[in-house]
Design a protein around this ligand. Structure first.
Ligand SMILES: [Zn+2]
Length: 402
């Protein structure tokens, strides 16, 4: 296990130890899971179920669009697709635990397929059963699990569902996951905490003070562990028009690899350049979360490039990270100057294989964003290119106002 992974696990263990003393849950009346039966019965009639509490958020147009998405995913996967929109608050039968609600509904319905839960806050969660695909650590990507705007939780619902289904359809083949035994509510039979004695309040107040940082620690640890698992997804070759999924996975991997190399590095000119690349990459990955899809894709490319440049600077002890291919920076190191005339293409150096290409083919090898545009045509910080000139980190930090 890598140092980052080990650190993540240590953090998680520490956080769970602090948080372990959860209060006993309130008792739940018999028949608490009746709601699962009700949802399952509705899904048996119609694979799209909207609870009456959420009717306002699902107008006929939204429902029609959802059905189109469901049909499309069903066809692509050859599996059934169930979507249910129901409140899932902390005082529900599942204590607001999304995976428990999804599992419970699936068990009651007894059908294989994709299950997507939309809750009262527009949050998405889901799982797939008997579908021969590997969905990784997160069934719904953490970036789109929650609405972008809490004040309008359903405004971007269709976009998020559509992206989720795209990623589900693109998941690699694997052995189908079977449901894991009977679904039961967590134990509600624990005794309630004894009434608080006056002497209890001292440590209790201290506990409240500790809980904030402990929660922050737990969230950070979970995020790191999630990232660690995401990084273990399989490698793919660098494409000319990389998908968001590929870029995100590649950028996480690049950050992890550079962090691990930096942890072992001695002081020197190369370490300085690598550290600058790492700082820029981390800030850029954060910035990508606030960008449009096309610009976010390019930011992720930037993270990957910075990560690789940092590794090269370390390996060769270079005071300045080397320039990468201006046509497609995912090709790697630039070796020769090359210009394309009559096109919105920033002059710069290209990799060994691009250096020998005829102009027409070189133009075709220029990196494209998910909507198909060549990257220099996307307004933003990447119009001047990724490569061509050394010290991309300095330029990125400048564009971020650092
Ligand atoms: Zn190239």
């Amino acid at each position: 296990m890598s140092a980052v992974g080990r650190r993540a696990l240590c953090l998680l263990v520490a956080a769970l130890t602090v948080l372990g003393a959860a209060p006993a849950s309130a008792e739940v009346p018999p028949g608490a899971t009746a709601r699962w039966d009700r949802i399952a019965a509705a899904l048996r009639e119609d694979p799209l179920f909207v609870d009456t509490d959420l009717t306002d958020a699902f107008d006929p147009v939204t429902r029609r669009e959802l059905r189109v998405e469901m049909d499309e995913l069903g066809t692509r996967l050859g599996a059934r697709v169930f979507v249910f929109a129901v409140p899932n608050t902390g005082d529900s039968e599942a204590n607001g635990r999304e995976e428990l609600l999804v599992d419970g509904v699936r068990e009651r319905l007894g059908e294989d397929g994709v299950y997507l839960l939309i809750d009262h806050d527009g949050r998405l969660a889901g799982d797939a059963y008997g579908v021969p695909r590997y969905f990784g650590y997160d069934f719904v990507d953490w970036e789109i699990r929650r609405p972008a705007d809490w004040a309008r939780p359903f405004a971007d619902l269709l976009i998020r569902v559509s992206r989720t289904f795209d990623e589900v359809a693109a998941a690699p083949s694997a052995e189908a996951k079977a449901p894991s035994g009977p679904v039961e509510l967590p134990s509600f039979t624990k005794e309630k905490s004894p009434p608080r004695e006056p002497a209890f309040w001292g440590p209790f107040s201290a506990g409240v003070l500790l809980l904030g940082p402990a929660l922050a620690l737990a969230v950070a640890a979970l995020w790191t562990v999630g990232r660690f698992y995401a990084l273990r997804r399989r490698e793919q070759p660098a494409p000319a028009r990389p998908s968001r999924r590929y870029l995100r996975a590649a950028s996480r991997r690049a950050l992890r690899d550079l962090a691990a190399a930096l942890a072992k590095a001695d002081d020197g000119p190369g370490a300085g350049a690598a550290l600058r690349a790492y700082d820029a990459a981390v800030l850029l990955a954060d910035e990508a979360l606030r960008e449009t899809e096309e610009n976010a894709a390019l930011d992720y490319v930037g993270v990957v490039v910075l990560g690789r440049q940092g590794l090269l600077a370390l390996a060769e002890d270079l005071p300045e990270a080397p320039a990468f291919c201006q046509a497609n920076p995912l090709h790697g190191r630039a070796v020769a100057a090359r210009t394309l005339r009559g096109d919105a293409y920033p002059a710069g150096r290209v990799c060994a294989s691009c250096a020998d290409l005829p102009a027409r083919k070189l133009k075709r090898s220029v990196l494209r964003v998910p909507d198909g545009r060549r990257y220099p045509l996307v307004p933003g910080r990447w119009q001047r290119g990724f490569g061509g000139r050394p010290d991309l980190a300095a330029r990125v930090l400048e564009s971020l106002g650092v």
